[in-house]
Design a protein around this ligand. Structure first.
Ligand SMILES: Cc1cc2nc3c(=O)[nH]c(=O)nc-3n(C[C@H](O)[C@H](O)[C@H](O)COP(=O)(O)OP(=O)(O)OC[C@H]3O[C@@H](n4cnc5c(N)ncnc54)[C@H](O)[C@@H]3O)c2cc1C
Length: 445
């Protein structure tokens, strides 16, 4: 019998399989899609390979950097020269700084807000935020409510809201302040999560992050069952699991590692039922809504105009845009993100209208040449059956303090301390802490 079944072939599942194999375990990986990578997927557009899912790596992701190095996947810097465009509070500003110049008073206010956020996140542990001082209170307040009390004037608030939406794929009014602060701590702070130079958007992978996941899978000597959705997990004995696939086939192993985002666990039937705390956690998370848009051009016209290709906007549809040319600029491209409430409204329009509004917004930011694109590609992650959204599963207010510890607790029948079904821990991959953390309970690993 197999020692372990790893469920999910994203980076987390691949890493779990690697650790188990290194411990001498006999492992198989079960993946619902016909590919590995999950929320990482690279596609060919024009002459370049681009990511429709996650794509960047920052200096706070040393383990991911080590993995790329080990696999021989090269990286290159995101283009970040020239001025960015800030369309917030009803006005357009162009600035080379990470923070827009709104005049002395408002720019100073922006600095104060960032300082306040940094102060508030002190003492909120990324792995156990429910242990923080005033955790219950902070978990009952939304980021939007906190910002209503704290952040003025409108342009500073608009910039803050745009940053929050992009990082979480959600509205500030939907996020618990405690979760927000813990997430910032996992990712090195708001400026780091939103920045390019020395920030989370600093580097890209040659061949795409999806290519990295593919290379990772190929490097493992592990059987991968593709196109197999797990629908039920039975753990009828302390060291025995039976995993049922859609279509009825059953697989057996001594242990299972469920390497899925928390929201996807609601699609699996567990026998015996999960602990009330785990069930509360699964019910209480909401995946962010992000639509990623790739637009290719014959020429990187914004670079000629001294622009970096970056846009921050508090007006829909696009919240942020970055230069997305491939290495050496062979295939000129921009990438944009439509997030939170705007993503739902955007997807309700016809495909033709969606393309039109995106190109119009790009032309307002970078000039009329933006209207003449070569190709336009969009990916709505909410519509992805095996992801249900992106970039992360955000716990709703009150959920972290009520059920946070269930994030990493193994599921065991008959109140055993460690059971045969274990979860990968959820950590933002930008974490300065272990970028991907595991609790693998299979013997030998
Ligand atoms: C648009 C977008 C932009 C992002 N940008 C960045 C970025 O720039 N930098 C960064 O670090 N991160 C980014 N992220 C987040 C990053 O992609 C994820 O954190 C990471 O890929 C998650 O990996 P994972 O293995 O934990 O989960 P996933 O990648 O979601 O893997 C889970 C796997 O489980 C499979 N699965 C689901 N249900 C079942 C089932 N019932 N049975 C079997 N298999 C199942 C899925 O098909 C999937 O392959 C972004 C994500 C998106 C979508």
């Amino acid at each position: 019998m197999l020692d372990a079944l790893v469920i999910g072939g994203g980076l987390s599942g691949l890493r779990a399989a690697e650790l188990l194999l290194a411990g001498g375990a006999e492992v198989e990986l079960v993946e619902a899609r016909e590919r590995v990578g999950g929320r990482l997927e690279s596609v060919q557009v024009g002459a370049g390979t681009f990511d429709v899912g996650g794509q960047w790596m920052g200096p706070g992701q040393p383990r991911l950097a080590a993995l790329a190095h080990r696999l021989g996947v090269a990286t290159f810097r995101t283009y970040h020269r020239g001025r960015g465009v800030f369309h917030v509070g009803g006005r357009v500003h162009r600035s080379a700084a990470e923070i827009p110049w709104f005049g002395v008073t408002e720019t100073a206010r922006m600095g104060v807000v960032l300082g306040m956020v940094d102060l508030a996140r002190r003492g909120v542990d990324a792995r156990s935020p429910w242990t923080a001082r005033r955790a219950l209170h902070r978990d009952s307040v939304t980021v939007g409510e906190w910002a209503d009390e704290t952040i003025r004037p409108a342009r500073v608030r608009g910039t803050f809201d745009a940053a929050v939406r992009v990082v979480f794929g959600a509205e500030p009014s939907e996020l618990s302040l405690l979760y927000f602060l813990s997430y910032l701590n996992a990712g090195g702070g708001l400026l780091n999560l939103t920045g390019v130079e020395r920030g989370a958007q600093q580097l890209r992978f040659v061949g795409g992050a999806g290519g990295l996941a593919k290379a990772y899978a190929e490097s493992l000597r592990c059987r991968i069952r593709y196109g197999k959705e797990v629908v039920r997990i039975d753990q009828h004995k302390p060291d025995r699991v039976r995993v049922r696939l859609a279509g009825g086939k059953k697989l057996k192993a001594r242990y299972a590692v469920v390497a899925l985002p928390t929201n996807m666990l609601s699609h699996i039937e567990f026998r015996p039922v999960l602990s009330p705390m785990k069930a509360r956690l699964i019910e209480g998370v909401e995946m962010g809504h992000t639509v990623k848009v790739l637009v290719t051009y014959r020429h990187a016209f914004w670079r000629d105009a001294g622009l970096s290709g970056e846009l921050v906007s508090d007006r829909p549809p696009l919240s942020v845009v970055f230069d997305n040319c491939d290495r050496g600029g062979v295939q000129p491209a921009l990438v944009g993100f439509i997030v939170g409430q705007a993503a739902g409204e955007f997807m309700a329009q016809s495909p033709q209208k969606r393309r039109e509004v995106v190109l119009q917004q790009l032309s307002r930011a970078f000039g009329p040449a933006a209207l003449s694109c070569s190709e336009y590609v969009e990916r709505d992650w909410k519509a992805e059956r095996f992801s249900g959204g992106c970039p992360a599963a955000n716990p709703k207010p009150g959920v972290l303090t009520a059920a946070g510890p269930a994030l990493r607790e193994a599921q065991a029948p008959r109140r055993r301390r460690a059971g045969p079904v274990t979860w990968k821990a959820r950590c933002w991959p930008g974490s300065a802490r272990p970028a991907k953390c595991w609790r693998v309970s299979a013997r030998g690993a």
